[in-house]
Write a protein that binds this ligand. Structure first.
Ligand SMILES: Nc1nc2c(ncn2[C@@H]2O[C@@H]3COP(=O)(O)O[C@H]4[C@@H](O)[C@H](n5cnc6c(=O)[nH]c(N)nc65)O[C@@H]4COP(=O)(O)O[C@H]3[C@H]2O)c(=O)[nH]1
Length: 716
């Protein structure tokens, strides 16, 4: 407590007070003193003199400043001295202003506590006037507000930091009302949406749903998600930028509610994901479209088909799946090269697309195979009309590399839900109908039928049994003798495979070799034939004491096997057959892929010492220009030219030409399918070297062929 008289004492000394009032006053003064000294802060009164002489300082002084009240009252220390220098001026000004205006003052500033630390204080006070109305003293209260001040500073710093993030974020940040008005947003949002400034954006967009979203339903979806989950994550949508440009955005947002749970606004972020979306779309497009023609590819086919089935169910309509195969593609591709083939595919893709409606789909499966999906059909006649249109459009003349072509196509059709209800079966049925259309002379369309299904089933069954036939040792070889035309002697034989399933009739290779070729089983079957033919040839040679060349068919797929040469070599080594006694018959169609590697393989086979023949010559596509480079010993004329000889005299010229061609290239020429004496005589007449055919002998069982050989040995 300080030794100076208190304010009340000063006041009391200036007026007359009766004794009972005096006692009450003294009691009140005590109470007041106790109150002032117990306040959480410092009460003071100082004179309005040059030194601001303290006349009263409350006990709270110690806690506030670290100094005893007495130190202030005795002027050992003054408030100004402990005030941080830069704060002195504003404090003095606040008090000065209050004095001149006769008002209260309130000021906050920093002092240095006796412990050396800085404290924030809040000082409030007012001037006291003497009887003349002159300022006599200042009375005030000081409180430690350090804690509050530090919190305010921290809050201000945080606010500044968040504002900086808000202002400088690359992502758009916004608050909107649920009915689509912006409350607040950052510059990035304006930038993303293409506006020069926030004002520009606010003035331009008053209804987010209608003005921003390309699909206004998206906003509804957004609000529904908000209602259900209270938030949306990675919500992707297309929006219009200021100039009308469309971009992709991704939004993350949540609801902001008041204490009572009432929705106040939505708050969220916006990211421009156009680049990523475009890239994703590009990748997806590439994965689902054919690079050459731009048509949907096989991957998209199943999806679309499933989608269209859904539509057909909904509208009780039909869906047609049409398999289209170009008839002459291979011919053009092989003869004119891949570039011309590609051009042809592009032209045909465009024609097919022009024959169908917007809602239909044209798919390129690969190679020269396309699939059309025709939707919303009610009558089969509609499909026939469309297919007729496709046939004539494809068959229209086209020019590639300055050459004119006419191409046709074969089409097979299956119908949903009539033929099948699932995508795989529909495609399978359309495919088999397409094969039927090819067999029916091409350039036509065929609908899938039950009979076709029956055949398909038989084929699947055959394929299944064919897989087991090797294991079950159901194959055997027949031999068809070859005759030297001039001498009439047997000059060789062709080994022809037969399939004899136990307890069933024999199956012709014409029915199973194409399946074996398609499924790849031909590789194992062909290897078996090679080994068996070599083994039996050694046996025959030994029995009849003469070396007879045995011809073995090598299918196109076998020919393309990378280890064909080593397989032939090991068949020869295993059997011990003289390589000169083995002849390989290779069909012209083996050549279609790559003439260079075709010739290389022929050369390697030739180097083994085996004979080589081109089978079915005249029906394939081999270019005459390459023929001279083939290291082959024989040309085997396809039987169509021989069997039709009587009926079609035009074959005469072809046969003569082939014989002349073969001889000019130092090859022997053999004719197959010779059935009549006339044909034999004719072939002899034009200088054909050898013949093979029913006229002399059908393919024979090994034992029968052996007997024929021994008889002929006896004759000679
Ligand atoms: N109409 C008639 N036909 C005659 C006459 N002379 C022979 N043929 C038949 O014509 C086919 C000639 O064989 P290919 O052209 O190589 O045609 C063969 C060949 O492409 C293939 N093939 C047969 N055996 C094998 C084999 O071991 N491996 C491979 N890859 N294919 C084989 O199956 C095709 C059919 O063989 P096959 O049914 O044995 O039919 C044989 C033969 O029986 C005749 O005067 N008139």
């Amino acid at each position: 407590m300080i030794g100076q008289p208190g304010l009340l004492q000063i006041a009391a000394s200036r007026m007359y007070i009766n004794p009972s009032l005096q006692a009450k006053l003294e009691n009140s003064e005590r109470m007041l003193k106790a109150l002032l000294n117990n306040l959480d802060g410092m009460v003071y009164c100082c004179l309005y003199d040059a030194d601001w002489t303290m006349v009263f300082v409350g006990d709270g002084c110690k806690q506030l400043t670290g100094y005893d009240a007495q130190a202030f009252v005795s002027s050992e220390i003054c408030l100004e001295a402990i005030t941080i220098p830069e704060d002195r001026e504003p404090v003095n000004k606040a008090i000065g202003d209050a004095i001149s205006n006769g008002k209260r003052f309130a000021v906050e500033y920093r002092i240095i506590h006796a412990d050396g630390r800085t404290r924030w204080v809040s000082e409030r006070g007012c001037p006291l006037y003497d009887d003349n109305g002159e300022v006599e003293a200042i009375e005030g209260f000081m409180q430690d507000v350090t804690q509050r001040k530090l919190s305010e500073v921290a809050a201000r710093d945080a606010e500044e930091r968040y504002r900086s993030i808000f202002e400088n974020a690359l992502e758009g940040i916004y608050q909107t009302t649920p009915d689509g008005h912006y409350l607040n947003f950052n510059p990035a949002l304006a930038r993303i949406y293409g506006y020069e400034s926030a004002v520009d954006l606010v003035c331009s967009i008053s209804d987010i749903q209608q003005q921003l979203y390309v699909d206004p339903d998206k906003r509804q979806e957004f609000i529904t998600l908000m209602n259900v989950h209270g938030q949306v994550s990675n919500f992707e949508a297309q929006v219009y930028r200021k100039g009308g440009e469309i971009i992709w955005i991704s939004e993350n947002a949540h609801e902001v509610k008041d204490r009572d749970g009432k929705l106040l606004f939505y708050e969220g972020t916006v990211e421009d994901i156009t680049e990523r979306k475009n890239y994703e779309q590009q990748i997806e497009y590439q994965a689902t479209h054919d690079a050459l023609t731009g048509l949907p590819n096989r991957t998209l086919l199943a999806d679309r088909l499933q989608q269209y089935i859904g539509i057909a169910d909904r509208y009780t309509s039909k869906l047609a799946v049409a398999f289209v195969d170009l008839d002459q593609f291979k011919l053009i591709n092989d003869s004119m090269g891949h570039h011309a083939g590609d051009e042809l595919l592009k032209i045909m893709a465009a024609r097919l697309a022009s024959c169908v409606r917007e809602s239909d789909t044209v798919v390129r499966l690969g190679g020269d195979e396309f699939v059309l999906l025709l939707t919303g059909l009610h009558k089969i006649e509609d499909i026939s009309e469309s297919m007729q249109r496709v046939l004539s459009s494809v068959a229209g003349p086209c020019t590639i590399e300055d050459r004119d072509f006419v191409v046709s196509c074969s089409i097979g059709i299956s119908i949903y839900p009539d033929d099948a209800r699932d995508t795989t079966t529909l495609l399978k049925y359309a495919d088999s109908a397409m094969y039927k259309s090819k067999q029916s002379g091409r350039n036509n369309f065929q609908f899938y039928t039950d009979e076709l299904n029956q055949r398909l089933m038989e084929r699947l069954d055959l394929e299944y049994r064919l897989r087991l036939a090797l294991e079950n040792e159901e194959f055997l070889l027949h031999y068809q003798p070859k005759l030297a035309l001039v001498s009439g002697a047997i000059c060789g034989a062709e080994a022809l495979i037969r399939w004899q399933p136990a307890g069933e009739s024999m199956i012709s290779p014409a029915s199973f070799i194409p399946i074996a070729e398609e499924t790849g089983l031909i590789e194992d079957i062909g290897l078996w034939v090679l080994h068996e033919a070599c083994r039996q040839a050694v046996k025959l040679n030994r029995l009849y004491g003469r070396e007879l060349p045995i011809a073995v068919n090598v299918s196109p797929r076998q020919f393309r096997q990378s280890d064909l040469v080593s397989m032939v070599r090991s068949a020869l080594l295993n059997s011990g057959l003289n390589p000169a006694c083995l002849e390989l018959e290779i069909t012209e169609s083996s050549l279609v892929h790559d003439t260079g590697s075709f010739i290389k393989t022929l050369q390697e086979l030739k180097n083994l010492g085996v004979g080589l023949a081109i089978d079915d010559f005249g029906t394939g596509y081999s270019s005459m220009a390459y023929l001279k480079d083939f290291p082959v010993d024989r040309l085997k004329i396809d039987q169509v030219f021989v069997s039709n000889l009587e009926a079609e005299p035009s074959n005469i010229a072809i046969l003569k030409a082939i014989v002349a061609l073969g001889h000019s290239l130092n090859m022997k020429v053999i004719a197959e399918g010779v059935e009549t004496a006339y044909q034999k005589a004719f072939l002899l007449g034009i200088g054909c070297d050898e013949m093979q055919g029913y006229h002399f002998s059908k393919p024979l069982h090994m034992d029968t062929f052996g007997k024929l050989l021994s008889d002929s040995c006896l004759k000679n």
